[in-house]
Design a protein around this ligand. Structure first.
Ligand SMILES: Cc1cc2nc3c(=O)[nH]c(=O)nc-3n(C[C@H](O)[C@H](O)[C@H](O)COP(=O)(O)OP(=O)(O)OC[C@H]3O[C@@H](n4cnc5c(N)ncnc54)[C@H](O)[C@@H]3O)c2cc1C
Length: 202
């Protein structure tokens, strides 16, 4: 089958796509209508993650803290990664991950790193009253609209097959993970499964 880029076109025996259902539908609009409508039925949530590198440890040896958003916390998860992996592997920095799972139209997706940091910052002193802005060494912001598939009732019957109706095109994604929640182990398992199917077709 052929992949067309803006400047070029390439021929392949088999193609394995690992994108979100939405992106697959956008990249291959000539998939049959019933398959495209199956893709649109697969729901998911996005994620926004602000990673901070700090001069000092923030929490008292806690790795992962789930936060009650109903109590006003502006994010859902605070994970102090360097309470799990020694800070010596990060040049002595303390790495803190502030994460949230959100609907695609949430205002966080439009906000800059500086805007989100200003929103999250006042809450960091709830974990350590000594915390102040001088502790911050660096920060990184990651946003992803397809981060967490949300399975509804009868999801198992709505999972599209790995082999798409388009000759030579296979698709493997987080939405194929069932009956477990998505995770890297299942990504490896599905990766092997789709590779086997693609090779067997040649
Ligand atoms: C915030 C967060 C926390 C998580 N925490 C955990 C955890 O603690 N433990 C765990 O096991 N799992 C965790 N997961 C889930 C885990 O990351 C996923 O299950 C896994 O990465 C899925 O693998 P994948 O190969 O299907 O997708 P991905 O790893 O997303 O790979 C898809 C690939 O497709 C590429 N791609 C996208 N568009 C295109 C394009 N147009 N052309 C070419 N390539 C493209 C992307 O760049 C990407 O490399 C977490 C996920 C999120 C979002």
């Amino acid at each position: 089958m052929t992949i067309n880029t803006q400047t070029d076109s390439h021929e392949f025996d088999r193609i394995i796509s690992t994108t979100s259902p939405g992106l697959l539908a956008k990249l291959t609009p000539n998939l049959p209508e019933d398959y495209l409508s199956q893709l649109k039925k697969l729901k998911s949530m996005g994620a926004v993650v602000l990673i901070l590198s700090l001069k000092h440890a923030l929490t008292n040896k806690h790795y992962w803290i789930n936060l009650p958003k109903a109590d006003g916390f502006p994010f859902l998860i605070l994970a102090e990664h360097t309470n799990f992996i020694n800070p010596k592997h990060y040049g002595g920095d303390h790495i803190v991950y502030c994460g949230d799972y959100l609907e695609a139209d949430h205002p966080y997706f439009e906000m800059t790193k500086e805007e989100l940091y200003a929103k999250f910052l006042p809450f960091l002193s709830k974990f350590n009253s000594d915390f102040n802005e001088s502790w911050l060494k660096d920060s990184w912001l990651f946003k992803e609209l397809y981060a967490q598939p949300v399975p509804f009732v009868n999801h198992s019957q709505n999972i599209p097959p790995l082999k798409t109706p388009m000759e030579g095109l296979f698709w493997a994604s987080m939405s194929h993970v069932y009956p477990w929640d998505r995770g890297t182990n299942y990504a490896v398992e599905i990766g092997r499964r789709v590779a086997r199917e693609a090779v067997n077709e040649i």
